[in-house]
Write a protein that binds this ligand. Structure first.
Ligand code: AP5
Ligand code: MG
Length: 240
């Protein structure tokens, strides 16, 4: 009798799954969105909006490193000297941190990557790690270098929640206070002019080749990032 019951249960489960799959109700395909662009091109600004729109977690490797640095964790200590010099953190450290992050349950249906991948080796490692059924979209924010310098020079970042303002383009309602959480707004240490110059050089040398890498795969969509944040967001939406 017990065996018969177990048999019936297994049969019901198999039939149920077959019906579920037949009706197109099988597990949704995970969607991974990559925001590609030079420093200060608006990746963080747009990622916050897209994350809400797509209901996908926003994963910024820069934010993860800054979190580790503020906690003075071993990873933060190791990453600090690279970040403050405008260099890339070595791939091995980035990959471990990123792969640990995307294992969390909130990332099962996909996620939005801001600042990753940044080298061909990172892009290839991501490709290997993603299940083959994943839908991958790459959105490039195109902003020329002279605008980048202006944007980064005026950027104010919240030390408490990571929210971003700009002295001219997105000023806080109360001077030096974050609109979102009231935290103190400061300039990032890697936003000093000489470090920005190095970050841009590194971008052109090591990250820009990813535009070609993803174009050849036919999954890159370019958006003019020089427009207002609202206009850029609308263009991004239209590509998704
Ligand atoms: P990360 O934090 O990723 O910095 P980044 O790529 O240099 O980009 P930013 O955060 O500076 O700019 P953003 O594009 O997010 O622009 P935002 O929206 O803030 O990385 C920092 C460091 O960590 C790296 O240099 C590296 O050392 C390390 N690292 C991180 N990931 C790594 C990886 N994968 N591998 C190796 N190392 C890694 O906007 C900028 C400003 O402009 C703001 O003030 C904003 O208000 C304003 N703004 C935004 N949009 C507009 C607009 N449309 N019009 C006018 N102003 C705008
Ligand atoms: Mg950012």
């Amino acid at each position: 009798m017990q065996l018969l019951l177990i048999g019936l249960c297994i049969g019901a489960a198999v039939c149920g799954y077959a019906l579920y799959a037949q009706n197109g109700l099988s597990k949704p395909i995970p969607h991974v969105v990559i925001l590609l662009g030079p420093p200060g091109s608006g990746k963080g600004t747009q990622a916050v909006r897209l994350s809400k729109e797509l209901a996908l977690p926003h994963i910024s490797t820069g934010d993860l490193f800054r979190e580790n640095m503020s906690q003075n964790s071993p990873l933060g200590q190791e990453a600090k000297s690279y970040i403050e010099a405008g260099k890339l953190v070595p791939d091995s450290l980035v990959l471990k941190m990123l792969f640990d992050r995307v294992k969390r349950p909130d990332s099962l249906q996909g996620y939005l990557l801001d600042g990753f991948p940044r080298t061909l080796a990172q892009a290839e490692a991501l490709e290997q790690m993603l299940p083959p059924s994943t839908k991958l979209t790459v959105l490039e924010l195109d902003v020329p270098d002279h605008l980048i310098v202006e944007r980064i020079a005026g950027r104010l970042s919240c030390a408490q929640c990571g929210n971003v303002h700009h002295r001219l383009f997105s000023p806080p309602s109360i001077a030096d206070r974050c609109d979102k959480c009231g935290g103190v707004l400061t300039q990032r240490r890697d936003d000093q002019a000489h470090v920005v110059e190095e970050r841009l050089r590194v971008y052109h040398e090591q990250t820009k080749p990813l535009v070609d890498f993803y174009s050849k795969k036919g999954i890159l969509q370019r958006v003019d990032g020089t427009k207002s944040p609202d206009e850029v967001f609308r263009s991004l939406q239209s590509k998704l």
